[in-house]
Design a protein around this ligand. Structure first.
Ligand SMILES: O=C1O[C@H](COP(=O)(O)O)[C@@H](O)[C@H](O)[C@H]1O
Length: 259
């Protein structure tokens, strides 16, 4: 069982600094070992916390040309839609770093714009299978599920991660790699999402959460007081929760160090 670590920071700025260092260290490890670094992004606040990677020393030292970018979940819309996780990441991060465009694997733009959630999920799973066949994505031991090097995740106040929401069936999917939802409680209703087995096969999973609004769900997930999707998060090597003080404020005593 992979260790679940928690790191609590006084400010979001400090958290962003350490998140950048953690990501850069893994980038250097995987680029040296494999010549490739597969990174999975989520939407939401996470993208705004990647800003430190856009500054020295990281902007100049990271081997961006070896990065391959995927999304743990995506809203079913076109790439230019304000709801798009691709657009959020492109505007706030990807357009500012020299990752080759052909290494960026977004939802099919046409199916997204059409609103075809089922087909968009199937197409994204096909894309992952193609990247496995091209040895860009590794597979997990004997299970055959894709294994990403690093996933950068976020959690909503209800404890959802990716587009796996409490009380919705997608969390129980055991076979598919990518599934879809058409009645997401958080708008927009149509989304595609990695399934739990895929999320949990990643080598390293980071869960970055800030603000008081999320503190109940952080406690539920880490103290296991309630079963929310994020409480099921694990990984092959390690899971690290990056928290600010407000998000960590309801954790049981003595279990977190403030850095
Ligand atoms: O809708 C989504 O929400 C989660 C959490 O977002 P946050 O703004 O509360 O951090 C996000 O991780 C997911 O990718 C996104 O589609």
């Amino acid at each position: 069982m992979a260790p679940v670590k928690r790191r609590v920071f006084k400010t979001k700025k400090e958290m962003s600094g350490e998140l950048a260092k953690y990501t850069a260290d893994l980038s250097s490890k995987f680029c040296k070992e494999r010549g490739i670094f597969t990174v999975v992004l989520s939407g939401g606040d996470l993208i705004s916390w990647l800003w430190k990677l856009l500054e020295p020393p990281y902007i100049d030292s990271i081997e961006w040309s070896k990065w391959h970018i995927f999304w743990v979940d995506e809203r079913v819309c076109g790439w230019d839609d304000a709801d798009s996780n691709y657009k959020l990441a492109y505007d706030g991060f990807l357009s500012k770093v020299p990752i080759p465009e052909k290494h960026i694997y977004a939802i099919d733009n046409g199916l997204g714009a059409e609103g075809n959630a089922e087909l968009a999920a199937e197409r994204y799973e096909e894309c992952l299978k193609q990247k496995v066949n091209q040895n860009i994505i590794r597979t997990y031991k004997s299970s055959g599920f894709p294994q990403f090097d690093l996933q950068l995740l976020g959690m909503g106040p209800d404890g959802h991660m990716a587009s796996l929401f409490p009380g919705h069936d997608q969390i129980n999917e055991k076979v598919k790699w990518v599934t879809f939802i058409t009645d997401s409680p958080k708008p927009p209703p149509k989304r595609i999402t990695f399934t739990l087995p895929v999320i949990n096969c990643a080598s390293y999973n980071v869960m970055a959460v800030c603000d008081k609004e999320q503190s109940d769900s952080v406690a539920a997930a880490l103290d296991h007081t309630k079963d929310v999707p994020a409480s099921r998060l694990t990984a092959d090597v390690e899971v690290v929760w990056f928290l600010d003080q407000a998000a960590a404020s309801k954790l049981s005593h003595g279990c977190c160090s403030i850095l």
